[in-house]
Design a binder for this molecule. Structure first.
Ligand SMILES: [Zn+2]
Length: 70
């Protein structure tokens, strides 16, 4: 079974595959909505500058798990 994540914008299930062009979003629309949220500073959660896939690995997460938690 493919890994499935939830679209951060609409929570639709999205297959985490090479062909999922907008992952973790389900569509370009949801991707743009999310970017718009960032631009308007709705996301108040501070992001550590060192936050990246490597630090997630160090904490025992993989990217798919990270997005599921959202
Ligand atoms: Zn969506």
């Amino acid at each position: 079974m493919p890994t499935v994540v939830n679209c951060p914008t609409c929570k639709a299930q999205v297959e985490w595959t090479a062909t999922s062009k907008f992952k973790p979003f389900c569509s370009e629309r949801c991707k743009l909505i999310d970017l718009g949220d960032w631009a308007s500073e709705k996301h108040a959660i501070p992001v550590k500058p060192e936050f990246d896939a490597e630090s997630l690995d160090a904490l025992g997460y993989d990217e798919a798990d990270f997005f599921k938690d959202n």
